[in-house]
Every structure is written in C-alpha cells, then in structure tokens.
Write a new protein. Structure first.
Length: 336
C-alpha cells in the first residue's frame, strides 16, 4: 500500500512539473491546485475501498487465530483474491500433513503403551511366584531382605502400569464411598516388609471418615506419598497418618515423616515431572515421578494434594477430599 501511495504522489508531482514547465500548455495555478485536490481525493477514496476489501480476509484470519477451535479449517474465511485462495490451500495442506503426523505418533504411542502394559502383566507372573516362595520361608532372614527388595520392584512396576493407564483415567473411574483411614491402612500393610526392614513405625490418628472417590486411583496417590515417606525416613523413624473432618465437611488426610524435609526453595517444584530436588540427588534414588503422578491423578479425580515442610525436619503431605467430588460435578455437567 505504501508503494502505491508513493507512486501516485510521484506521478502527480511529475504531472504538475510538466504543466508548469511546458509553455505550450496554458493553465492557471488555481486549476492545478484544484486538479491536485480532486486527484488526491479520488485516490484516497479508492485506497480506502481497496484497503478494506483486501484486508477483510486477513482480519477474518486473525480473528480465527485468536479464537482457534478444533474445526478451524472449516472456519477459514472465503477468499477474495487468488493469493487468499493460495493461503487457504497452504493452510489446508499443513493441517492434513500434521494430522497425518499426529495419527502416526498416536499409533506409535498406543503400540508402546500396549507393549508396556503387556510387559507389566507378564512380569507380574514371575513376581507372584517369587512372592509365594518368599512367603514359604517366613522365618528366613535372607528371605525377609529379599521380600523388601521384591516389594520395591513390585511397586515400581505397578507405578509403570498406572502410568500407562493415566491417559484413559476418565474411562476407568468408578465413584464409591471409601474410608480414607482404611485405604491408608491397606497401603501401609502392603509396604510392611519395607517398613520392617528399615524399622519404621506407622502411627494412625483420628477416626475413620468416608469420602466419595475412586478407590483404586486414590490408593495409588496414597501409595506414591507413602513410598516417598518410607524412602526418606531414617531407620527407626515414625510415619504419622491422621484423618480429620473439617467444619465444612471436607476430609483431610495428613501423612508426616521424619525425613530430612523439603527445602523451602524446592517446595514449589516438587510436583514437577522429573524434579528430584536436593534430597533426591543426595539419596540418588529419586526419579521425580512419584509426586508428579500423584498430583496428576489427584487433579483428575478432584482431590487436592499439597506439601508442607516441617519446622526443622520431616515432610507433611496433605490430601483434601471435598464434601462433593469435583471430578464428578464436572463430568455430570458435560453429560447434561
């Protein structure tokens, strides 16, 4: 547009120069001013009309980009010129190309997840056989140590299985009344051999409280928190688990260990994927997945999870169950 305006001004200036310098043309100065004004006014009106018409497509395209939807290709504006049609064709070709790439990526990811899930199920068979062998020698101290290591392997494999199921959590979600204290006790019972190996005591406080949630996924969250508590607790330490009902009807589950605690500067990042923090580097056993998965599942099933550092040492993890499950409320609204 700028080049056109400069060209018009140059042509107008050239015309005025010819009129003034050519003695064969007699014209009054007022006529030259009138001719210039009329010419410029006509050009301005023409430019405004062309600018509005030629930018209509770009304005519509920008509006589409600001509020893009899944069906954005169908919402592409109608072209006014050949170049606009070329832009539409390029956008449709790019959309088709990346959809094909996404489909290929999803297929590869699905095959990988299926392989992992199959591997996890297959590996559970020899693990079960090992467990039966271990239980057949309850008084053997060597078997007791092996059982603790077996438990850690089993928990890691179980975590991998849940990771493969996480993307489809909304299809594998069943609400039912569950006792919070009971779920925590079951997880502690499953980790008994690990706790015994480290001589860790587990104390429960508070009465049973029922919440409406998914038992399997909720136990998975508790399991990840307890794994961290046992891993970082010193030998002979104590893990305290308390259940309380708040005045507003919410249920609070607190799990406190006597480990080294979480530095204040690490607290905002402990739920990030892959973050191990200073303690994880010292122990050289952290993967940065446990709390990340716990938070990911908690967000999906309507449970609030947060960490609180102890005054000197130790970490307190909190799980808040609302009186009405938030996940079910959102799902009910979508169904309506």
């Amino acid at each position: 547009m700028k080049s056109w305006m400069i060209m018009v001004l140059l042509l107008l200036g050239l015309t005025d120069m010819l009129l003034l310098l050519d003695h064969g043309i007699t014209i009054q100065l007022e006529s030259i001013v009138y001719l210039n004004a009329l010419y410029l006014l006509s050009c301005i009106i023409f430019f405004l009309w062309r600018f509005r018409r030629e930018t209509r497509y770009y304005r519509a395209l920008r509006a589409l980009a600001d509020d893009i939807q899944d069906d954005w290709v169908e919402a592409l504006p109608e072209p006014d010129f050949a170049r606009d049609e070329l832009v539409n064709q390029a956008l449709r070709a790019a959309d088709l190309f990346y959809k094909q790439k996404l489909a290929e990526s999803n297929t590869a990811l699905r095959l990988e997840n299926d392989y992992i899930a199959s591997w996890v199920h297959e590996i559970k068979a020899p693990l079960t056989a090992m467990k039966l062998t271990i239980e057949g020698h309850p008084r053997d101290p060597v078997m007791s140590r092996i059982e603790a290591e077996w438990l850690r392997v089993y928990l890691l494999i179980d975590r991998q299985l849940y990771m493969s199921r996480l993307p489809a959590l909304d299809k594998d979600y069943v609400l039912e009344p569950c006792g919070v204290r009971g779920m925590a006790k079951n997880e502690v019972r499953d980790m008994a051999s690990w706790c015994m190996e480290k001589n860790i005591a587990v104390e429960f406080e508070g009465e049973e409280a029922d919440v409406v949630t998914d038992r399997k996924w909720c136990r998975f969250i508790i399991r990840q928190i307890l794994m961290n508590a046992v891993k970082y607790s010193p030998g002979g330490g104590t893990i305290r688990i308390s259940v309380s009902v708040l005045p507003d009807g919410h249920v609070l589950l607190r799990m406190t260990d006597e480990g080294p605690g979480i530095p204040a500067h690490d607290l905002p990042r402990i739920f990030e994927k892959g973050f191990t923090g200073g303690n994880g580097r010292i122990h050289n056993a952290a993967t940065g997945l446990g709390l990340y998965l716990a938070r990911s599942v908690a967000d999906k099933i309507g449970v609030t999870i947060e960490a609180k550092a102890g005054r000197s040492e130790g970490t307190e993890m909190r799980m808040l169950f609302t009186a009405r499950n938030g996940f079910e409320a959102v799902r009910s609204e979508k169904m309506e």
